[in-house]
Design a protein around this ligand. Sequence first.
Ligand code: S3P
Length: 174
Amino acid sequence: MSLKIVLLGYMGSGKSTVGELLSSQISFSFFDLDHEIEQLEKKSVTKIFDENGVIYFRKIENKVLDKIINSENDLVLSLGGGTPCYYDTMNYLNSKENIKTIYLDVPIPVLVQRLFAERSTRPLIEKIDTQEELTEFIGKHLFERREFYRQAKMIISVADQSPTEIAARIETLL
Ligand code: S3P
């Protein structure tokens, strides 16, 4: 049976960077869900949000997730920040024995620091002007989302470790 390692967490938590490193360490293929959606739709996530709307995005996201999860290969997959919060995704993923869901739990100040400079490329926070507003937004958003994230089979609390250290730590826990 194939093994699928699924990384989840808030925007800016390092899912893609850690996922890519982990996949090369253990010689699994790597998939980034946002990237797969962009390939299928032939446009950026921001453009999909702008032109097709969030409901359309969530539907496509779920469809692409399903396809990857039901493939035959061993793989590492990084979800989008919102993926676990729609379509009963956590129960679906956790019900499969060959899927390991891993939550990268990153403190809010670290997320704010990472996301503030790149907010213009992220549709959910592109209109935020100040770091204070971003802190407040993430605080509220995480309060809603943690309930889903915390259903992951494994939780990795990230403080100041590098992506390489986090990937190495995950490998020891697999
Ligand atoms: C989203 C996170 C993004 C992307 C989209 C929506 C979210 O993915 O899927 O902008 O709802 O948190 P990343 O977490 O990879 O940035």
